[in-house]
Design a binder for this molecule. Sequence first.
Ligand SMILES: *Cc1c(COP(=O)(O)O)cnc(C)c1O
Length: 238
Amino acid sequence: MSDGLPARLNEVKQRISAACRIAGRAADSVQLVAVSKTFPSELIREAYDAGQLTFGESRQQEAQPKIDSLPEEIDWHFIGRVQRNKVRKILSSFSTIHAIDSLKLADFTSSVSKDLGVVPNVFLQVNVGGEESKGGFEPDELDREAESVFAIEGIQICGLMTVPPASEQKEQSRKWFSQLRDIRDGLEAKFAVTLPYLSMGMSSDYEVAIEEGATHVRVGSAIFGGRSYHVDGELGAR
Ligand SMILES: *Cc1c(COP(=O)(O)O)cnc(C)c1O
């Protein structure tokens, strides 16, 4: 059933290296977040045994038993929509949150982080395509609220994340990725902050994302195989 997982993981890594070369970037400037949502612990362990240490999950309840059963060395990234009532549990198990999508949520995450004595890495999610169905700050909303967001203590705001509109061809994602990079550059200049990371690119378009500056690519199906049902408007599970 898991035939070829190490080979697929290896191919993704090779392609990341090749994309880095094309973009004139160092191969270690991109982190692969292996998106294991909907896949069982056994497959995650297989990827771990093949050398993968960073995994992404999008639902706390689904992830917790996997996290509890797998080596502590694994670095877990929360890539899904963050529900307020799950923040405490997410912060207890995940080092990094990719989808902080409002000032209120950033504020709340900060207060829970302080309470727990942790300093999570967080990405601000930007809804570059302005899609109703997607979470994230609208670009102009982020511009208005950025000053307040950057003033929040207790969380390490390390960059921006996006899930661009779905498209048939990977090249169609390029403009959204370059837009996210431009938004990042604009925020850095205007607010004198450093936002070194860009979380963008999935199985279908991670190479394009790397050419446009991605530092974190979130790749699921290219490693673990296809998912076949939809959950919460996102492509879900087995
Ligand atoms: C599921 C998911 C991914 C991975 O998608 P693949 O197409 O399987 O690579 C990446 N990012 C987010 C936010 C996701 O929900």
